[in-house]
Design a protein around this ligand. Structure first.
Ligand SMILES: [Zn+2]
Ligand SMILES: [Zn+2]
Length: 284
């Protein structure tokens, strides 16, 4: 296994429509470990399409509790279980994630109890441990995982992550407004995967949603990062490669790769990728 990051879902926000990419999740393969970061809608299919069996995931991290980052966590774990999961799996996430998991198990109790009784499956609840993510760092099977609270109001527990192995270091911004501290956090990283928004596409997006009001636009502008700002952060941090994900907008035919390129290339002339679902980025 080579070290890589696969963008399983690259769309910012929870809604999907005909032809849209899927909400956010990423697979980080580093030093033989497979870490899933976030579990938006489509993650179960995404992991399989990346050629990884659900039972091969070593750990899961959830950056924050917006549904586009954990809506499919329960179905993913349940499906890993029916696909043969028998080793314990730890999921790190913010306060509230344990409650989600407990209630998911409750909602599926009929099926789970049936499969234990009728098919001899192990107890799903005891295979999965939910741990609270906190600011700081911890090691996991030889990897160093560092967390930094980012700026994603009104959510307070929202994290950027840095995952370091013996040769590579990747930084994942999570959902955040541009942060000066991200420059230090991402210093010299082999890859920075940063969320990004096309400022020009926001008005059109808000008009299309149809059931929100002006608060949606205000939320986007104070809680997410314009692509040009992301490019400036990448340049200041001197990262080796940049990838944009959690794209807003991601499904508007009036805005395409040229628009993103225009905003990014004004401030960044290093290698970069505009995320698409199932894009695998090898770490050199
Ligand atoms: Zn999001
Ligand atoms: Zn969010």
């Amino acid at each position: 296994m080579t070290n890589s990051v696969t963008l399983l879902g690259t769309k910012g926000g929870p809604a999907i429509r005909p032809g849209t990419p899927m909400p956010t999740s990423m697979l980080v393969e580093m030093d033989g470990q497979r870490l899933l970061v976030d579990a938006g809608l489509g993650v179960t299919r995404g992991v399989c399409d990346a050629g990884v069996a659900l039972t091969e995931l070593d750990a899961i991290l959830i950056t924050h509790l917006h549904s586009d980052h954990y809506l499919e966590l329960g179905p993913l774990l349940h499906t890993a279980w029916t696909a043969g999961l028998k080793k314990p799996l730890t999921v790190w996430g913010p306060d509230g994630l344990a409650h989600y998991w407990e209630k998911f198990l409750d909602s599926m109790a009929f099926d789970i109890e049936l499969r234990v009784r009728d098919e001899g499956r192990p107890d799903l609840a005891s295979l999965v441990t939910i741990e609270r993510l906190a600011q700081g760092c911890f090691s996991f099977n030889g990897l160093l995982i560092e967390t930094m609270l980012n700026v994603h109001p009104p959510i307070e527990e929202s994290y950027a992550l840095k995952i370091s192995g013996s040769h590579h270091r990747v930084v994942l911004s999570g959902d955040t407004a541009p942060m000066e501290a991200m420059v230090t956090f991402a210093k010299g990283a082999d890859l920075l995967v940063h969320e990004a928004m096309l400022t020009a596409g926001i008005e059109a997006l808000c008009a299309r949603v149809g059931n929100g009001d002006d608060r949606l636009r205000i939320h986007l502008e104070r809680s997410h990062s314009a692509a040009g700002e992301v490019a400036k952060i990448a340049a200041a941090a001197g990262v080796k490669r940049l990838a944009l994900n959690h794209l807003i907008p991601s499904d508007d035919p009036d805005f395409g790769p040229e628009d993103w390129k225009c905003e990014v290339s004004a401030h960044w002339n290093g290698p970069w990728d505009l995320g698409v679902d199932n894009m695998r980025i090898e770490l050199e």
